[in-house]
Design a protein around this ligand. Sequence first.
Ligand code: BDR
Ligand code: CA
Length: 331
Amino acid sequence: MVTIKEVGVSVILERLINIYMKKVILDVDTGIDDALAIIYGIESKRLNLLGITTVSGNVPLHMVTKNTKKVLSLIGREDIKVYAGANRPLIREPEYEYSVHGSDGIGNALGYLEVDEAVEPTFAPDFIIEQAKKHQGKLTLIMVGPVTNLALALRKEPRVAQWLDKVIIMGGIVSQAGKGNKLPNSEFNMFADAEAASIVFHSGADITLVSLDVTTKTLLTLEHIEELKGTKYYDFVLNSTKVFRSFTFTKFGVNGCALHDPLTVGYVLDPTFLKTEKYFVDIETVSPLGYGQTICDFRGLWKKKPNVNICVDVDSERFLDSFISTLKDVE
Ligand code: BDR
Ligand code: CA
């Protein structure tokens, strides 16, 4: 019989972490709500985060990476490895979201932080391939930006689709025609690289799409933020979301900013936050009127095998409680 002393406490701890915590990679285009998703995921202490991969999206790649490292520094988790990925969409030209996220991408809320911008030497899509192969059937990929990194990984190694346990993507709008946030029928992450999304949707991976249909029902208001007063993240949440909240109010007349990316992480922490149904979903890549539109065949008219779990309902109150209490309970 091997004793605890012989195996080593750190090895035992690592084994316990492997048993009880879900292995994830978080792919981000940080981004205000990406920043909140990173904080929520890490502070939940319930995810085994193997690394964070970055992608061009809300702002150019070097800014996304810098913002991600700033957020990790704010949390005090500079030990988490960051892998830079695609610095542009597959085919289309990049279009950034400064009006939503501010000139630096995180509402200029961490301008005072200096960080080492160096990243790991591995290209993000290669890191995804490597980890998916190593942890076959056990790794969840959470994507809260354009899905370019996964598309590149799939092009290089199609078996990634089967190796990954689940792919949870923030993106699209499936049941509320005309209520997109980029074009009337298109959501930003899908619009930012629709060709990449097309590759991902057709890959055979187990995909869940956390779309605007549900994320726009999780509004973070000033009243919620005030609940964080006196805690570690109050200043950051208040200051970073200012531009996002004012954009949402001016453009859509809505009070509070949608927690798109945190809800996507929340679904991995607690799948009961969302109700899902599986249908065939495809994405428009040709029409200028509908570029990036996610089309869900609710009635099976195309007679195609369902490929995407879409979200049909959200328990916003319980999710918002979880988000606020996770940030609030930090020492
Ligand atoms: C998505 O687009 C980005 O601006 C946000 O970070 C989120 O991932 C919402 O449409
Ligand atoms: Ca995002």
